[in-house]
Ligand binder design. Structure first.
Ligand code: 26M
Length: 824
């Protein structure tokens, strides 16, 4: 086997075992005689944690000493998944540990699966943040993540009678990966009023006073890099009642219940992750979360900067803050407030520091997903910030007025304040105005934001403020960890594991396209991964699937724009065709398993209806004796990161079929292809760049283009659109109750046939079905299929999140790595 790298190691499996046993007996105070898998997991995790902590402390010390420019990634979501396997692989001692645990009588797989996912995110945006942390540490960037320590992560999904049911995810019972820092706390203020006064020198000051104080307590988690000792920090803030004023007095005067109620109200701030991929319009608690987190993080960042005793003008040379979507936009007026009200800088000087410090990443162009907060709510909760936002806006509009004199439309269209009733603060505009760079997450998306939502800002600032950083994924988790056999096969061919830190090296795999042994083993690995998924499907859903079938997978959050409905209509069409065939004809059909997974936001009724339809179709098709293995339909419950690690390596085809122009990037498309699956997709998001890399012959593209969407929607609106006859038949069968209570699905069908088909399902249906038929044909030639999949893997180098991070570092943050010092 190839040596991956040298790190601080357990010198032997005996030493590792000793550490595990010590932790079980002393840290956990448990007897070895009743050591179950949970205890074995805890012991193993704690043994590795000890190793991480040492490097973590050294990294932080080194960063404090060298005091380089640091990157702060502000994200309300980090979808981390499990930590143990990642820690073992990054530290590089999984082999030793594996031998150790088996001597103790356990299987490593079982121990790993004891851990609960850290599911502090909704979907792609949160997982992207997690991949970025892995790359930042691996590339030795001095970087911290900042987020909230939610007591409840994204809900667990159960399917009961075909319907989604949400179960709370209380995940903190035993979390060995976090370290409470009770000494690192920040007082956060809400409500109150602003008072103006003049000091002796005649200078005007604003003070925000009489507010309610809540405490932010830091909890830290180590983020180990792969093949390096750099171990960065993810800091999560937890809310706690402040034991300052009101709380104690109530308790003293016997108002115990009122006192406890205050405490609970404070702790509610960090209690739960909002499960909406979309937003919680107008929810005060959500705004409180955002400010609480921004204010705590900025106070921490400023405190660290002040230790260096550098002048304020140096702040942007020491600090780069990246805003992951608009959720942390309040950090902009908060930094301005700290600089002018706290540090006494004048407005212009402060504002120039603010603009140089922030970068903003946009993750969607969908208008319904753009954050807005009502002026009265901000006025009530954050009165000083509202003043500052108005001042930012007034100065900005004055400046625009000079550039575009007398253009009233321009002023109204770029104003941070939307003049509705009530007035609204457009957070994306504030983020654009307060940052020096704005980026989209794939080429098409970055072009689209310049011509749609930020069109006028391009006129004002020029095009250079806007840039693209195409998303990426970490090959450590999404290849090495999820697909260890493929990773090892590649290492054997390329002469080592260097590709894990330079993914472009994969291109050398094209030299082995004719290597029979390599091809055979590549194919065997895919088959074994399908067997593993089939086993999981049997255990979890009770459905038997044949691993020799074509596995067609669509797993992602449920959304109309992602068009799981197009997929399930295609499945129904396939089923109806199979039913029409004679037994002779059926023998020629390529057997297929259609696998779905994904959560719907609890209030997103249409998305829940699609889940229900998939489950109804699954029940009918899977029970149909005529059909047998020719078609199976599976809805996998509770899709999450750790399940993705089993699902992603097992696809033949995965579906990325959003209406063109709606999916900003997509990242699971990259994961599936990296693991030797092909894609059926629209010309949308990163699919376009995947096509550029792998070649048009190696991807199945279909459907209308983004540039045609507007006209097509228009055509629907003005009628005269005739429904494709095959789709008509699918709708007829749904309506006549073939898949259960037809009334349940009428709104779904009507959204297409009567209400304008906003996501253009009917426009793309025929092209989708034809492309699926091409896939059946292509799959029959297994040798050609294999050549395509290997070629795709070889050409995925571009999509490493390491490449993304290098681009952010150069184009946006202007930062350098700080490699760990050499030790003797
Ligand atoms: C909400 C309700 C109804 C329709 C759409 C939404 C909605 C869509 C996108 C809400 C928020 C959205 O954006 C945030 C987000 O998670 N974006 C995702 O970010 C990923 C990482 O960049 C991308 O890969 C995904 O394409 C993008 O959707």
């Amino acid at each position: 086997a190839w040596k991956k790298f040298s790190a601080q190691e357990f010198s032997s499996k005996e030493e590792f075992e000793k550490e595990v046993v010590r932790h079980i007996e002393t840290t956990l105070a448990r007897s070895l005689f009743n050591c179950d898998e949970a205890a074995a997991y805890a012991g193993t995790a704690l043994a590795f944690r000890d190793r991480l902590v040492i490097e973590w402390n050294k990294t932080q010390q080194n960063q404090t000493f060298a005091d380089p420019k640091r990157v702060y990634y502000l994200s309300l979501e980090f979808l981390m998944g499990r930590a143990l396997d990642n820690a073992m692989l990054n530290v590089g001692m999984k082999d030793i540990a594996q031998e150790g645990v088996s001597e103790l009588g356990f299987r490593m797989e079982d121990i790993i699966s004891q851990e609960r996912d850290a599911a502090l995110g909704n979907g792609g945006l949160g997982r992207l943040a997690a991949c970025f942390l892995d790359s930042l540490a691996t590339l030795n960037y001095p970087a911290w993540g900042y987020a909230l320590r939610y007591r409840y992560g994204i809900f667990k999904q159960e399917i009961i009678d075909g319907y989604q049911v949400e179960i709370p995810d209380y995940w903190l019972d035993f979390n060995p990966w976090e370290f409470p820092r009770h000494d690192v706390t920040v007082d956060i203020q809400f409500y109150g009023n602003v008072r103006k006064y003049m000091d002796d020198s005649g200078k005007q000051w604003s003070v925000w006073e009489n507010g309610e104080i809540v405490n932010a307590v830091a909890y830290d988690a180590p983020i180990p890099g792969y093949g390096t000792k750099t171990t960065n920090n993810l800091r999560l803030w937890s809310s706690k009642a402040s034991h300052g004023e009101f709380d104690f007095t109530k308790f003293n005067s016997g108002e115990y219940e009122a006192s406890v109620a205050d405490q609970q109200r404070a702790e509610t701030i960090s209690a739960v992750l909002y499960p909406n991929d979309s937003l919680e319009r107008g929810k005060e608690l959500r705004l409180k979360q955002q400010y609480f987190w921004c204010a705590a993080s900025l106070s921490d960042i400023v405190r660290r900067f002040k230790k260096s005793k550098k002048p304020w003008s140096e702040f942007p040379n020491q600090v780069a803050i990246q805003l992951n979507d608009t959720h942390p936009t309040l950090a902009i007026p908060e930094l301005q407030r700290i600089l002018i009200d706290g540090e006494g800088l004048d407005w212009e000087e402060a504002w120039s520091i603010v603009q140089k410090t922030f970068g903003y990443t946009n993750h969607t162009v969908l208008p319904e997903a753009l954050e807005k907060w009502s002026v009265p709510l901000i006025q009530h909760l954050l009165p000083r910030h509202l003043q500052i936002i108005y001042e930012i806006n007034a100065r900005f509009l004055q400046w625009v007025e000079k550039k575009f004199p007398k253009d009233r439309d321009m002023l109204a269209s770029v104003s941070i304040i939307e003049e509705t009733q009530p007035k609204m603060v457009r957070m994306a505009y504030l983020a654009v105005i307060g940052s020096h760079k704005v980026n989209g997450v794939a080429e098409l998306h970055s072009d689209l934001i310049k011509t749609t939502i930020f069109k006028d800002f391009v006129k004002i600032y020029g095009p250079d403020k806007f840039t693209n950083v195409t998303n990426g994924i970490t090959p450590r988790r999404w290849l090495h960890q999820a697909n260890p056999r493929l990773s090892e096969l590649i290492a054997n061919k390329l002469g080592g594991y260097d590709f894990l830190t330079d993914l472009t090296l994969l291109h050398k795999l094209e030299n082995f396209l004719d290597d029979k042994d390599f091809r055979k083993e590549f194919q065997e690995i895919k088959y074994a991964n399908k067997v593993r998924l089939a086993k999981y499907i049997k255990e979890a859903q009770g459905i038997s699937v044949n691993p020799a079938s074509l596995f067609d997978i669509q797993v992602k959050r449920m959304h109309e724009y992602k068009r799981q409905q197009l997929n399930v209509f295609g499945v129904i069409h396939r089923y109806l065709q199979l039913k029409d065939m004679s037994p002779e004809e059926r023998k020629k059909v390529q057997p297929r398993v259609s696998i779905f997974g994904g959560k719907a936001a609890p209030g997103y009724w249409m998305a829940k209806t699609v889940i229900h339809l998939i489950n109804q179709v699954s029940a009918v098709v899977n029970a149909d004796k005529d059909i047998g293995d020719l078609l199976k339909v599976v809805f996998l419950e509770d899709y999450n990161v750790s399940k993705a690690e089993i699902i992603v390596p097992a696809s033949d085809i995965s579906e990325h079929i959003s209406t063109a122009g709606t999916e900003a990037s997509g990242t699971s498309n990259m994961k599936f292809v990296l693991n030797g699956g092909l894609v059926i997709g629209t010309c949308d998001g990163a699919n376009i760049e995947i096509t550029r890399e792998v070649g048009e012959d190696n991807i199945f593209l279909f459907g209308n283009l983004a540039e045609d969407v507007e006209d097509l929607r228009h055509a629907h609106f003005y009628g005269g659109f005739e429904l494709d006859s095959q789709l008509q038949r699918v709708f007829d069968e749904i309506r006549n109750g073939r898949f259960g209570d037809a009334g349940q699905f009428s709104a779904l069908v009507n959204s297409i046939v009567e209400h304008g088909d906003y996501y253009l399902v009917s426009d793309d249906f025929q092209s989708y079905v034809e492309t699926q038929n091409k896939i059946d044909e292509a799959y029959k030639n297994q040798e050609e299929w294999l050549t395509k999949t290997i070629t795709c893997v070889a050409r995925m180098g571009f999509f490493s999140s390491d490449r993304c991070i290098e681009e952010y570092a150069q184009e946006i943050w202007n930062t350098e790595p700080l490699p760990p010092p050499k030790e003797n």
